[in-house]
Ligand binder design. Sequence first.
Ligand code: ATP
Length: 429
Amino acid sequence: PSGATASTIKQVKLERESELRIEVGNDAPLRLRLLNGTAEIFGTELPPQIWLNFPPTLKFAVFSWYGATIELDGSTETDYTADETPMVNYVNVHAVLEGRRSRAKASSPDDPESSQGPRVIVVGATDSGKSTLSRMLLSWAAKQGWKPTYVDLDIGQGSITIPACIAATPIEMPIDPVEGIPLEIPLVYYYGHTTPSNNVELYKVLVKELAGMLERQFSGNAESRAAGMVINTMGWIEGVGYDLLLHAIRTFKANVILVLGQEKLWSMLKDALKTEPKVDVVKLQKSGGVVLRNTKVRQRARSFRIREYFYGLANDLSPHSNIANFSDLCVYRVGGGPQAPRSALPIGAEPAADPTRVVPVNINRDLLHLVLAVSFATEPDEIISSNVAGFIFVTDVDIQRKKITYLAPSAGDLPSKYLIVGSLTWLET
Ligand code: ATP
């Protein structure tokens, strides 16, 4: 009824350098618009007067540098204003990066060192606001006309494509506060699991592949070289997680390390990198607005991401159910494989599974509800070094008729018959 709708509208006045933190309610979307002044959502400016729709459960902040009035229509889980934010520090980092980009652009492209823009990596514990800071830095850079490369190494909560992947994509425009990062041209490698401990070696190999591929792309593209990159990482910062951070820093030759709200990690990294004079390790405060997410919420977020891949954010895509013969597809798993029995080894030797061995997988009902990646490989040997074209979801396996039914973003043949399986599952909801 129209009366009820009208009564939910409210106006919020934002003072300069303050933000409105919002968690959209669980059941209904929220509409919001900028009535006057200027404001941004994670680095992307709001258009004046235009109503924007935010889906249920979304968590975000509307920040204003100079003051604004915001109008909300709908119910929220929470909404409050905060005037203590780390935004001034964040934008100062941006200013330093801008200077380095300009210097890189002004240098001769033949000098690989000075023509390289900043390579920023954002590290910190889970829920420290890494993805959000990455996003702001990218959107501010894009607003200034740069096309920085966004690299996401977080296989738990990816922001470029579905979970269990590492990926990169150029950011050509400030990131849309609702739609997120456009999916048109990402470079994606499928790891297949949502935690690196499943196969640490494979994770490292894929990070290396992705870095190598970007390096090749940069060498032919002075513009994106000068814009540099922003690398988002996982929240696993202890033990092996720490080793993986160092590995990523070195593999991508990161030269600006932004450490969010972690004194200990900052001093460890500073110490580990002290012999590398051109690397800055910068400590940054985390925002009080970052929302903590428990395991269940993370699982739900993963599931939403997969759903979004097939159906679109607003159910605006129509995936296709396809049927293939077993013989049309070759499914591979990376790592593990049958171990040599202890009795077959020399005395004292431990059986070791090669973590990067590519092993063919029998098509059977074990594949049900798994998400498979479609590799660009043209032969099994290339599977590890190849990025992926997209994903399918196995909905039925008919052993008798040797047919497999799967959901794909579109109809027609897959771009390749080589599929990669890991442990990523999805329960269609
Ligand atoms: P993870 O390591 O788990 O991926 P993260 O460190 O990348 O987490 P973010 O994803 O950036 O953390 O932030 C967690 C959540 O908090 C997100 O939903 C984000 O939109 C929200 N958030 C971040 N900053 C703010 C803020 N200032 N106000 C309101 N919500 C915020």
